[in-house]
Design a protein around this ligand. Structure first.
Ligand code: COA
Length: 176
């Protein structure tokens, strides 16, 4: 796929060379505690395994995971992804940013571009996102994206043995 350009960022496919930087950022309890599929501790091998799935996921149009990088320096800041459910023509948005880069608007800028890709190139009908109710930063990003809160999925998932609430947000293509 072509890379996606925004004001400050380039979103591109990962390569194995990104594994040390991915591991450096994901080996962080502040990322682990707000996500469901990122292990802790997180090793370079975990990153290589994850990156190893990307090509097939993209070929099957199942999932697009893109590296969020600086347009000028190429520095990796984090990740944005969309997981596509073809039967319903919708997709779930996800993202993380390395903690040293938080608060600079990168998650919002990358996610906006991913939503444009989802509605434009992929022709999806709806994009949705879910976050723990204990994750106000992600809730803020989702609201800045113009998504509407559709409800709270009470004790829907388990994190470290405890059930947690998920806030569910959605955006229709006609609203995007
Ligand atoms: C959520 C996350 C991706 C945000 O990345 P980011 O690049 O810092 O996000 P942005 O800078 O685009 O926007 C963050 C917004 O949240 C706000 N925010 C941050 N912490 C907050 C808090 N504790 N309470 C309320 N708002 C908060 C910021 O002020 C900012 O809003 P503003 O632009 O109005 O000031 C990042 O914190 C992260 O990777 N967290 C761990 C992984 C994760 O939670 N992923 C999402 C799972 S659903």
């Amino acid at each position: 796929m072509k890379q996606i350009e925004t004001n400050r960022l380039i979103l591109r496919m990962y390569s194995e060379n990104d594994a040390p930087d991915v591991a450096g950022m994901c080996n962080n309890v502040s990322i682990y505690q707000h996500t469901l599929n990122i292990p802790y501790p997180y090793t370079k091998e975990d990153a290589l395994t994850w990156i190893g799935f990307h090509d097939e996921n993209r070929k099957n149009e199942r999932m697009y995971d893109l590296a969020v990088t600086d347009k000028v320096t190429g520095e990796l800041y984090g990740s944005v992804g969309i997981s596509i459910h073809k039967a319903f023509n919708n997709g779930e948005l996800g993202y993380w940013i390395g903690e040293e880069h938080w608060g600079k608007g990168y998650a919002t800028e990358a996610a906006e571009a991913m939503i444009r890709f989802a509605f434009g190139e992929k022709g999806l009908h709806k994009v949705y996102a879910r976050c723990f109710d204990t994750n106000p930063a992600s809730g803020k990003v989702i609201e800045k994206l113009g998504m509407k809160k559709e409800g709270v999925l009470r004790e829907h998932v388990k994190k470290d043995g405890a059930f947690v609430n998920l806030i569910h947000y959605g955006l229709l293509g006609s609203e995007g």
